[in-house]
Design a protein around this ligand. Structure first.
Ligand SMILES: [Zn+2]
Length: 453
C-alpha cells in the first residue's frame, strides 16, 4: 500500500502486512462543538485503520484531544477546565454518531503532563531548549532540518509567539508560565505553568506509539507551525518519530446558503441532524483526502442521492458482469487511498446489480445498506394452449424480500399471459402487483419480484 507523504513529497510504500502500522492523528482543540471540517481527519483515519485491518495489518490509531491550549483559555477565562471537559464529551458524542467506532487511544494533554515535562527537560539538557522568564523555548537555530516539512528555508521561517525574552523570533514555546486568568497549571522545574501545544503531541504520540511510528496525520493547516514543531522537538531529541506525514485538504464552505452565512459555523452536530451519518460519510468519499472538499447544500444533496441509489441495487433487474472486480477496488484504495476511484467502482457495481460486491465495498466505509434476502429458483408453470394440452415450462424466478403468496401467484399468472401474448392482461396484472407494493421485472429466462420502496 502506498500513501503520499508531505515530508518526502512522494508516495511511500508501507511495510507489508501485518506491519504493524502505528498512526497518530491530531485531534481537536476542545472549546466548542467541532466543525464539519474537523470531522474529515477523524473519518479518514478511521477508514484507513479499517482498511489496513482488512488487508491483514495490525493497525493502532491514536487520536489526541487537545484540552490545554490558548484557545480554550481565551474562550472561557477562569473556567477553561470545565469547558474543555464538556467539549471533549461533545466531540466524542458527535463523532460517535458517524458509526465508525473509536480510535484505539484518545489521550488528553492534561493526562500526559509528566511525559511532556520529561521531554522538555531532555531538550533543555541537550541544548535544544532554554528557559526565559518561566517559559521554555525551542532553539530553532540549533535544529538544522527545521522547515523541511513545511517547505521553508530556515532563514525564512516566520516569527512565532512574539516575546522579547526569546533568543530568536523563530523560537516557539514548549512551556508557558501561568498567566493571570488561567485556571489550570502544573508544577515544573521552571515553576507553575502549562505545556505549549506542539510538545503535547510529541509526548502523546511517543507515549502510545513509541519513538518511531509509521503515519502522522492531520489537516493541511497544521503543517506549519504545529507539525514542523512536533518534528523538530522529537527528532531533535533523537527519536525517528513519524515516517509518513498525511495532510488532508481543507473543507470549503461553498454554495449560496453557505456564502451568505459566512462566519456562521456548520458544526458536525448540525450537519448530522440535517443530513444523517450516511450522507456525511458519502460526502467525504467524493474527494481525495489530499484535495480540498466543497461543502454546500448542493454537494450534500448529491451525496444523499448517491446513498439512495446504492440502497436500490437489489431493484436492478438481472445482475450482469462489471468491468471492475474486487481486485480493482483494492488497487484503488492501496494507491494513496483513492476514495473517488473506489466510489466510481461502487457505482459501477450498483449499475450492474452486483449486490455482493457493493455490500462488501460500502461496508469498508461504514455505509452498508440493509440487505434483503434474495432467492432465485426455477419454477415450473403450466401454460395452457388452445385446443391442446398445457405445456409445463421451467422459468427462473428471482424474489427479493418476503413476497406474499398472492403476489407470487399474480406474477406467475402475468408471466403466462405474456407467453400467450395477452399483453393487455399482463399489464393489468402488473398494475395489480404494484398496488400490492411489488414490482415485477422481466428477465431473459424468467422474471423477478422486488418490493417497491
Ligand atoms: Zn497535534
Amino acid at each position: 500500500m502506498r500513501l503520499y507523504s508531505s515530508l518526502s513529497r512522494r508516495k511511500e510504500e508501507l511495510p507489508p502486512p501485518p506491519g504493524p502500522i502505528r498512526m497518530y492523528f491530531c485531534g481537536p482543540t476542545v472549546y466548542q462543538r467541532i466543525h464539519i471540517g474537523n470531522a474529515r481527519p477523524f473519518v479518514i483515519s478511521m477508514w484507513l485503520k479499517r482498511w489496513l485491518e482488512l488487508q491483514g495489518y495490525t493497525a493502532t490509531l491514536v487520536e489526541n484531544i487537545t484540552d490545554i491550549n490558548d484557545k480554550i483559555y481565551d474562550a472561557a477565562p477562569g473556567a477553561s477546565a470545565k469547558l474543555a471537559a464538556d467539549a471533549s464529551l461533545w466531540y466524542v458524542e458527535d463523532t460517535g454518531r458517524l458509526g465508525l467506532g473509536r480510535p484505539d487511544h484518545e489521550p488528553k494533554a492534561s493526562e500526559t503532563v509528566s511525559e511532556i515535562v520529561a521531554l522538555i527537560e531532555e531538550l533543555v539538557r541537550c541544548g535544544l531548549a532554554y528557559e526565559a522568564g518561566g517559559d521554555v523555548y525551542f532553539r530553532v537555530a540549533r535544529y538544522a532540518e527545521y522547515g523541511r516539512l513545511s517547505g521553508q528555508r530556515p532563514d525564512e521561517v516566520q516569527e512565532q509567539e512574539p516575546n522579547p525574552l526569546k533568543e530568536d523570533p523563530r523560537d516557539f514555546a514548549l512551556w508557558k508560565a501561568t498567566k493571570e486568568g488561567e485556571d489550570t497549571s502544573w508544577d515544573s522545574p521552571w515553576g507553575r505553568g502549562r505545556p505549549g501545544w506542539h510538545i503535547e503531541c510529541s509526548a502523546m504520540a511517543e507515549r502510545f506509539l513509541g519513538p518511531s511510528f509509521e503515519i502522522h496525520g492531520g489537516g493541511l493547516d497544521l503543517i506549519f507551525p504545529h507539525h514542523e514543531n512536533e518534528l523538530a522537538q522529537s527528532r531533535g531529541a533523537g527519536r525517528e518519530f513519524a515516517r509518513v506525514w498525511m495532510h488532508n485538504g481543507m473543507l470549503r464552505l461553498t454554495g449560496e446558503k453557505m456564502s451568505k452565512s459566512l462566519g456562521n459555523i456548520a458544526t458536525l452536530q448540525e450537519v448530522l441532524d440535517e443530513w444523517g451519518a450516511e450522507t456525511v460519510l458519502l460526502f467525504f468519499l467524493t474527494a481525495h483526502w489530499r484535495k480540498p472538499i466543497d461543502f454546500s447544500e448542493e454537494t450534500m444533496a448529491a451525496a444523499r442521492a448517491q446513498v439512495g441509489s446504492f440502497s436500490e441495487v437489489q431493484r436492478v433487474a438481472a445482475a450482469r458482469e462489471s468491468a471492475a472486480g474486487w481486485g480493482e477496488f483494492v488497487e484503488a484504495l492501496n494507491n494513496d487511498f483513492d476514495t473517488p476511484a473506489a466510489l466510481a467502482i461502487l457505482h459501477e457495481w450498483r449499475d450492474a446489480g452486483q449486490t455482493d460486491l457493493l455490500h462488501r465495498g460500502l461496508n469498508v466505509f461504514g455505509l452498508a445498506f440493509e440487505r434483503l434476502p434474495e432467492d432465485r429458483r426455477d419454477v415450473t408453470i403450466n401454460v395452457p394452449a388452445a385446443g391442446a394440452q398445457a405445456t409445463a415450462l421451467t422459468v427462473s424466478v428471482r424474489i427479493v424480500g418476503d413476497a406474499p403468496e398472492r403476489v407470487r401467484k399474480l406474477a406467475e399468472e402475468r408471466h403466462v399471459a405474456r407467453l400467450q401474448k395477452e399483453y393487455t392482461m399482463a399489464d393489468a396484472i402488473k398494475d395489480e402487483i404494484r398496488v400490492l407494493g411489488w414490482e415485477v421485472q422481466d428477465e431473459i429466462d424468467g422474471y423477478g419480484l422486488v418490493p417497491l420502496r
